[in-house]
Every structure is written in structure tokens, then in C-alpha cells.
Ligand binder design. Structure first.
Ligand SMILES: *[C@@H]1O[C@H](CO)[C@@H](O)[C@H](O)[C@H]1NC(C)=O
Ligand SMILES: *[C@@H]1O[C@H](CO)[C@@H](O)[C@H](O)[C@H]1NC(C)=O
Ligand SMILES: *[C@@H]1O[C@H](CO)[C@@H](O)[C@H](O)[C@H]1NC(C)=O
Ligand SMILES: *[C@@H]1O[C@H](CO)[C@@H](O)[C@H](O)[C@H]1NC(C)=O
Ligand SMILES: *[C@@H]1O[C@H](CO)[C@@H](O)[C@H](O)[C@H]1NC(C)=O
Ligand SMILES: *[C@@H]1O[C@H](CO)[C@@H](O)[C@H](O)[C@H]1NC(C)=O
Length: 395
């Protein structure tokens, strides 16, 4: 998925360690958390050596690791946790003379096991990367103690159950990656009240429409793909304009018309709404997406004209709109090759273009004009798509 690439640099361990070493505003949070959070885990914390706490946590974890084919944890023996492979220590942000466990990176370990309650003892952890393992079960609520946790990557595991609410209580979290698990049920709307930079929840079993308060999000990347959400894209999506750079809603059972407000997301580089049940035209306002590189509307039931304003977008590299019912292309759209744009326009109703749908199929669909005013979105949370009749003047 194209969206992962932009974040690989963030995961550089050196950056995190640097972050930790900078004097940080977390002291007050820590103090608050000591008063309010799970007393069993914090009661003794202040008297105890954090590396000893980490030792207890990591040994408890090792006990519930049932398979470690790549020996990622085989040297997790004895109290010198900073010598364990895949465990990273750094100076405590509260006291530079004290070493703490700041990160754990078991990416691609193929490890099978669960996450024990004792992980809540790793209260100095800034990153936890468990991508591509076989961890299963649910997340322990004690993870709420990880008040410095900045990156949580649980992708490609076997976690189950409702969306893990404990992640919502992590005050420092910026990067949340839960994709490729088996989380089910609604996406909690609180998720969008957090100052997260990246939200990856694709390829789970999440249901419920896109929460209407998605508009409170500050994320630059939002990936919901391959969940069964349903409903329409909320028109007030334009509230994300100052932050959103990648929006991937592939195969999320999205219906209705694309609201013109999508075109106000001027920072977007990737917009992919393919494999849904979208109807109606491409809003003219899409011509406002000056930074968009990847545009994918494929496999919907969209109709109307492919607007010139989209085809002349200065950054556009790949424009995919195959498997719809578009029946006309404005001038510059007719030869995208000459503009250096990779495109796929197969299986539409475009006169004179190869590999189009039959006249019979096209006529049947095009006989029914879509009224975006009147469209019923299904679901409950998302408002109906707004009308497309008057594209805003400045585009
Ligand atoms: C892991 O360690 C076991 C026992 O020492 C060894 O047999 C196995 O080959 C090691 N696996 C890998 C991938 O290094
Ligand atoms: C970590 O390992 C190195 C050598 O592998 C050793 O010199 C050092 O003493 C170990 N650290 C601790 C704290 O045991
Ligand atoms: C999100 O924040 C807004 C404004 O701060 C607040 O009104 C709303 O209740 C919050 N929603 C949730 C689900 O926490
Ligand atoms: C898709 O969403 C609609 C509501 O918009 C819902 O009625 C329908 O059951 C969903 N489809 C599937 C396959 O779940
Ligand atoms: C263009 O985008 C489509 C849809 O995302 C993708 O399948 C295709 O591989 C892309 N082509 C190139 C050359 O990037
Ligand atoms: C599109 O433009 C290219 C280069 O400008 C040209 O070679 C090609 O024949 C054109 N294709 C069509 C279908 O007009």
C-alpha cells in the first residue's frame, strides 16, 4: 500500500531515541497518570528500577510466547534487558542518568503468543512494533500505562475483538497501525478526537459508517480500506483539509455520491475510493487537488463526464477510473498518455475507446439519472451527500 512508504522514516529508531532525549512535556502527564491510572502498576513504580520492571514484563511476555521461529527472543535471559535483541534502551526523559526500555521492535518475527498484562510495566516505552507476527487475543488494558507511547504498530497479527479502546487512552500516541487483524464492530468516534498523525485500520472486520466526527481528526493519513463500513462519505470531510494527505477507502461499502467537499482537501496526494458503490459524477471540485498524484475511482457505479480539470492536475501520475459508467471525457482527458499520466479507463461507456461496456448495459444504467440530493446513504452516522449541482466558483 502506497501509504506505508511515507512512514518508514518515522520508524527510524534514532529519531525516537532523539525524541526521548529531548526534554519533554510529559512529566506532568506522568504525574497525573500516577494518580489516576491502574494503581497496581504504578504504586511501586517510583521506588523501583525501571529496568527491573522491564525485566519482569519481558520475562512474563516470554512465558506466553509459544513460538519464536526466528529466535527473536531467545537471548531474553537474565536481568540485562538492554542487551536483549530487539529491545532498545535510552536515557529516561525524566532523568538522563537512568536507562529505560524505550522501544521494542519485533517486526517480522512470525512470533506466536499473547500480550500479557505485565506489558503495562514498560511505562517508558516510546515505540512498540509487532508487525507481521502471530500475536493473538486482545490487548491488555494495562497498556494504558504506556503514557510515552508514540508509535504502536500491531499490523498483520491475529488480534481480535472490538476496537481496542485502550489505544484511545494513550496520550502520546501519534502513529496507530492496527491493519490486517480481526478487530470487529464499530470504529469508535473518539479515535478522531486524538491528535494522531496516522490511522491505519484497514483489513479488519470493522463495521459502522465513517463516524461523522472524523472531521475532528488531525491525521495526515487515514486508511479504512477493506472493512464493511457502509454509508456515505460525510460532506464535512473538508474540515480535514489542513492535514489530510492520504485517504484510502477501498472496498468499504461506501455508497452515495462523492461530496464536492472532497475537492477542498487541497493537501491530498492519494485519494482511493475504488471498489465501492459510489454513484453520480466526479465533482468538478476535484480539480482543486493540486497535489494529488494517485486518483482511483475504479469499480463503482459512477456516471457523467470525466472533467478536464481533473486531467490537467499538475501532480497527477495515475488516474484510474475503470469499471464505472462514465460516458464522456472532456478534451484533455482523451489522451492522458500525452500528458504522461498512467491511466485505466476500461469498462466504461466512452464512445470510441477500446474495451468499453456494451451499449445495452450502458443505456440501461444511463437511463436512470442519479439525484445526489435525494440519495439515501444507509447507515446512521453519515449525513447524506450534498448536491453536486453548483460547483464552487473558485474551482
Ligand atoms: C533458532 O535456534 C534454534 C536452537 O538454537 C536453532 O535450531 C534454529 O536453527 C534457530 N533458528 C533460526 C532461524 O536461527
Ligand atoms: C551486555 O553485553 C556485553 C557484551 O555482549 C557485556 O559486556 C555487558 O556487560 C552486558 N551488559 C550487561 C548490563 O550485562
Ligand atoms: C470530541 O471532542 C469534541 C470537542 O472537543 C467533543 O464535543 C466530543 O464530545 C468529543 N467526542 C468524543 C466521542 O469524545
Ligand atoms: C453496505 O452498507 C449498507 C448501508 O449503506 C448496508 O445496508 C449493507 O448491508 C452493506 N453491505 C454489506 C455487504 O454488508
Ligand atoms: C495505478 O493505480 C492503480 C490503482 O491504484 C494501480 O493498480 C496501478 O498499479 C497503478 N499503476 C502504476 C504504474 O503505478
Ligand atoms: C496521444 O498522444 C500521443 C503523444 O502525444 C500520440 O502518440 C498518440 O497517438 C495519441 N493517442 C491518441 C489515441 O490520440
Amino acid at each position: 500500500m502506497s501509504s506505508s512508504s511515507s512512514f518508514s522514516s518515522i520508524t527510524a529508531i534514532s529519531l525516537i531515541l532523539l525524541l526521548l532525549n529531548l526534554c519533554c512535556p510529559f512529566d506532568t502527564l506522568l504525574a497525573k497518570s500516577k494518580l489516576s491510572n491502574s494503581p497496581t502498576f504504578h504504586q511501586h513504580h517510583s521506588h523501583k528500577n525501571p529496568l527491573h520492571q522491564a525485566y519482569i514484563a519481558l520475562q512474563a511476555w516470554k512465558l506466553v510466547i509459544y513460538s519464536d521461529p526466528n529466535n527473536f527472543t531467545s537471548n531474553w535471559v537474565g536481568p540485562s534487558v538492554c542487551n536483549y535483541t530487539n529491545v532498545y534502551c535510552a536515557s529516561s526523559p525524566h532523568d538522563p542518568l537512568i536507562q529505560v526500555v524505550a522501544g521494542i521492535d519485533l517486526n517480522h518475527g512470525d512470533i506466536a503468543g499473547i500480550l500479557p498484562d505485565e506489558l503495562g510495566l514498560l511505562s517508558d516505552l516510546a515505540f512498540l512494533h509487532l508487525n507481521s507476527n502471530r500475536f493473538c487475543g486482545i490487548l491488555p488494558s494495562t497498556l494504558a500505562n504506556l503514557i510515552l507511547l508514540y508509535e504502536l504498530d500491531l499490523s498483520n497479527n491475529r488480534f481480535v475483538g472490538r476496537f481496542p479502546l485502550v489505544v484511545l487512552s494513550l496520550p502520546s500516541l501519534m502513529y496507530l497501525d492496527l491493519r490486517y487483524n480481526e478487530f470487529e464492530g464499530p470504529i469508535p468516534s473518539e479515535l478522531f478526537n486524538k491528535t494522531l498523525d496516522a490511522i491505519f485500520v484497514n483489513n479488519n472486520r470493522l463495521t459502522s459508517v465513517i463516524p461523522s466526527n472524523i472531521v475532528g481528526s488531525t491525521a495526515s493519513v487515514i486508511v479504512f480500506a477493506n472493512n464493511n463500513l457502509g454509508g456515505c462519505l460525510p460532506p464535512n470531510i473538508d474540515k480535514l483539509a489542513n492535514s489530510l494527505e492520504e485517504l484510502l477507502l477501498i472496498n468499504t461499502n461506501l455508497s452515495g455520491c462523492l461530496p464536492p467537499e472532497v475537492g477542498y482537501l487541497y493537501k491530498l496526494r492519494v485519494l482511493d475510493v475504488s471498489s465501492n458503490k459510489l454513484v453520480g459524477p466526479i465533482p468538478y471540485s476535484i480539480a482543486g487537488l493540486a497535489h494529488v498524484e494517485q486518483l482511483n475511482f475504479a469499480h463503482n457505479m459512477m456516471t457523467g463526464t470525466v472533467p478536464a480539470g481533473v486531467c490537467v492536475l499538475p501532480s497527477l501520475k495515475n488516474f484510474t477510473f475503470s469499471y464505472n459508467f462514465f460516458c464522456e471525457e472532456e478534451g484533455p482527458c482523451q489522451n492522458l498518455t500525452s500528458r504522461g499520466i498512467v491511466f485505466d479507463e476500461r469498462r466504461n461507456c466512452l464512445p470510441g475507446k477500446p474495451l468499453q461496456r456494451s451499449k445495452k448495459v450502458c443505456d440501461a444504467v444511463l437511463a436512470h439519472q442519479v439525484d445526489c440530493f435525494d440519495y439515501h446513504c444507509g447507515g446512521s452516522g453519515a449525513a447524506a451527500a450534498t448536491p453536486l449541482l453548483s460547483p464552487p466558483g473558485h474551482f
